[in-house]
Design a binder for this molecule. Sequence first.
Ligand code: NAI
Ligand code: ISE
Length: 345
Amino acid sequence: MTLKFGVVGTGAIGREHIKRITNTLSGGKIVAVTDVNQESAKQTVEQLDLDAVIYPDDKTLVNAEDVDAVLVTSWGPAHEQTVLAAIEAGKYVFCEKPLATTAEGCMRIVEAEIKHGKKLVQVGFMRRYDRGYVQMKEAIDNGLIGEPLMIKAAHRNPTVGETYTTDMAVVDTLIHEIDVLHWLVNEDYQSVQVVYPKKTKYALPHLQDPQLFTIETQGGIVMNVEVFVNCRFGYDIQCEVIGEDGTVTLPEPLSIGFRKDAKLGTNLLMDWKDRFIDAYDVEIQDFMDSIMKTGEPNGPTTWDGYIAAVTTDACVKAQQTGEKEQITFKERPAFYSENTYCKTV
Ligand code: NAI
Ligand code: ISE
């Protein structure tokens, strides 16, 4: 059986996902697309040679009879409306982060999904499908390092555009660490504080860069996460978990070493699209396979989207106040009682 996708948002990652579903993965087909920029939708269909209908908006696409699953790759503020419409229509949803831009918005999706009675939504937190993070998770769960005590992590981009603002370091960038670190140690967060180190000369006047987040879990694990989006040298993701009996570290992406011109080196990636290319493939294949096998997606849930939104809200507040801000969650509904652990890749 083939899962027929309708895509809402044909920008950068929308096109990447369309290409992987069409050319790399098995079991999916793009049958519908839409974009507020209809020219972008048209060009996508033409350039990627898709046999897909172009719809004028998300509502008509979601309700098209042949659409089984909706791929939400529009801008963050537009996600909630499309996801709610898809649940209303009983369609599966793969939604890129953020699930919604506020905790209240995520709760509306939680309520709609519970009312529907079956899980329909997977959030695009692809790092849970990255081989390195999966190996770290297995090591932690198997007790290799004992109880985790601290985490040191960094999310570095070579550069960002002028529309990137200080709060985007949280809602666009840190959100990946918020999800994956929560998943790694399986503990809810309790507080966050933000410190702004000396600003790099490469950041535009309106942007605070770098930023350091100290996030504490309810069990007392302290995470120190650097977000540095004008680091110049590469797209660089670091993570080390320090436990009572040892440490585990995220492996570097596979890359040849070289000796040349009196230098010993290895190349760094420069683009997020390349760093997690395998993880994107595996997460969407898993979305399709789980639906085919069990009738529900298996990956990060609507509740994980809610956890990320509550935490990003607190991080943005902490950016503004400079104080330690509390992070408070509602009680996890029984519907989401099982924490999602993606299968080993
Ligand atoms: P983009 O700006 O390249 O593309 C977004 C597209 O959505 C644009 O073509 C825009 O016209 C369209 N759009 C906006 N509102 C719409 C609406 N209401 N209905 C239909 N189309 C609409 O942005 P990009 O980089 O592709 O990001 C899209 C989403 O994916 C964002 O939420 C972003 O955070 C997420 N993302 C996730 C990544 C990951 O690593 N998981 C990487 C990059 C983006
Ligand atoms: C982008 O939106 C992403 O989601 C990438 O994964 C992330 O690394 C980058 O910093 C964001 O801008």
